[in-house]
Design a protein around this ligand. Structure first.
Ligand code: ZN
Length: 212
């Protein structure tokens, strides 16, 4: 299934909300919804571009789900029936730029939704595994940086689908980046990233500085 729209949920793990609070980002207990264009996708094996002169690119390891559709106002109890597949991905973020935009009360797009801002593994079929009992890790150059346990989500996947469907008629190929746990940090040229999860798979990328 071709990826259609990319929805992203922010502030969905309490430990990550706490670490961002040090940067002055507000912790109000509510998740954030934003989008990336399909052109943001970096498939496995393609280099993750590090833009020049825009500050650091932070990785955010996330469980990603693929939807069969669902339309508008999906009831909470039916929400998981909309899930077709799952994988892991990286919500890549120009962190200093994002902080600056947030502090000015401006939209985030240029910090969160630029081309190359969504590393995305291949989808595996969703076979009704419990999406709130998954674990995933991100290693950078072999070093463990993030360890997510989806039971720690403030907004479980079903609730995310329910919430998104109140604003969008969900379509086949829509995907959701479901938020990141603590441990986010900056990337450097040449960094090798491996995202892995039991029953989800293992996916790798390498970072490359963008040309001048
Ligand atoms: Zn994120």
């Amino acid at each position: 299934m071709q990826v259609n729209r990319i929805f992203c949920i922010g502030k969905n793990y309490a430990d990550h909300v706490a670490e961002l609070a040090h940067l002055g980002h507000q912790a109000d207990g509510e998740c954030v919804v934003f989008m990336k264009p399909a052109s943001a996708i970096v498939p496995e094996g393609q280099p993750i571009p590090l833009p020049r002169n825009r500050g650091s690119v932070h990785y955010e390891a996330e469980l990603v789900v693929l939807l069969t559709g669902g339309g508008r106002n999906v009831p909470l109890k039916e929400a998981l029936g909309c899930v077709a597949g799952m994988t892991l991905g990286l919500d890549l973020t120009l962190r200093e730029l994002q902080t600056e935009l947030k502090n000015k009360g401006k939209p985030w797009e240029i910090a969160k939704s630029y081309d190359g801002s969504a590393a995305l593994g291949d989808f595996r079929p969703y076979l009704e595994q419990d999406l709130q009992k998954l674990e995933f890790t991100l290693r950078v150059n072999g070093e463990l940086r993030q360890h997510g346990r989806t039971r720690d989500m403030l907004y479980p996947v079903a609730r995310q689908i329910h919430i998104l469907s109140q604003s969008w008629a969900l379509q086949p190929g829509d995907v959701i980046f479901t938020g990141t746990p603590k441990g986010v940090g900056p990337l450097a040229p040449g960094d090798e990233l491996v995202l892995a999860g039991d029953g989800i798979g293992s996916f790798s990328w390498k970072c490359k500085q963008e040309r001048k």
